[in-house]
Design a protein around this ligand. Structure first.
Ligand SMILES: CC(C)(COP(=O)(O)OP(=O)(O)OC[C@H]1O[C@@H](n2cnc3c(N)ncnc32)[C@H](O)[C@@H]1OP(=O)(O)O)[C@@H](O)C(=O)NCCC(=O)NCCS
Length: 225
């Protein structure tokens, strides 16, 4: 028996769009479709109360910060995908607006934890990766950067270029504005980001946890990471 996840059997008709407030449920479903690692589920359990937390958080970002928190969804509009199409994955790019030229433009990244997951672990994990990111850009003296906050693709739609396309979207913007880009990558994401010019930094491990997060930085055109 194969351990590979099921694949779509039709030819998808993929369309990349920016999400609206009507897409928050699809975004959350794409999050849980994409992130199945036990470590991530300790932070964000796949249960109704946590779903509400995600939907509220994403709705707030989309409606209150439309310029700086940009959500992409890739929809399969082929008839086989069902009426109205199917969301195959999503990305959230944090984009500097210039309104607040500091490293902290995007913090707090999340609302207060729901209490459904391991809040202490959330604090330790996100505290550690945010500190590493701040230190990297503080040393560079380059506070404003593009940050790929989330990227998830449904297993049956992987290896079709969807993750890559949504990564490239932010890289193009960063290049247009001469800015750096940064990602806290899972092991699955790393090879995709490397294809778009991201360079791995020191991996981050949380004591007692098996999950490895590797920050990746990408220089704007004409500079090196
Ligand atoms: C990481 C993730 C987003 C990648 O999404 P994806 O849509 O499969 O990404 P892509 O299709 O662009 O690239 C994946 C691989 O498919 C290959 N590929 C892309 N198009 C292809 C095609 N038409 N035919 C065959 N292979 C193809 C790419 O070359 C790439 O290979 P590589 O990993 O050896 O570099 C996805 O695996 C995922 O959601 N993982 C779980 C959540 C996660 O870890 N997210 C990242 C957090 S940082």
């Amino acid at each position: 028996m194969s351990n590979l996840p099921p694949r779509i059997t039709h030819t998808p008709k993929l369309v990349l769009i920016e999400a609206t407030k009507d897409d928050v449920v699809d975004i959350r479903e794409a999050f849980y479709g994409g992130f199945t690692d036990p470590f991530i589920l300790k932070l964000f359990p796949n249960i109704a109360a946590q779903h509400k937390w995600w939907d509220d958080a994403n709705l707030d970002a989309i409606t209150q910060k439309p310029k700086s928190e940009r959500y992409l969804i890739m929809k399969d509009m082929a008839p086989e995908a069902g009426p109205g199409g199917k969301v195959t994955g999503y990305a959230k790019w944090q984009c500097p607006t210039g309104d607040n030229p500091s490293l902290h433009e995007f913090y707090p990244r999340f609302p207060p934890w729901s209490g459904e997951g391991d809040s202490d672990l959330c604090d330790r994990f996100f505290g550690t990766i945010h500190a590493a990111r701040d230190e990297y850009f503080e040393k560079k003296g380059e506070p404003q950067h593009y940050y790929l906050d989330m990227l998830a693709v449904m297993p049956e739609y992987r290896k079709l270029g969807i993750g890559g396309t949504m990564t490239e979207w932010g890289c193009k913007l960063a290049d247009e504005h001469g800015k750096w880009a940064y990602i806290d990558a899972s092991d699955m994401g790393g090879p995709v980001y490397a294809r778009y010019g991201f360079v791995p930094l020191d991996p981050i491990n949380i004591p007692g946890e098996t999950f490895t997060c590797t920050p990746y930085a990408r220089a704007p055109k004409g500079k090196t990471a």
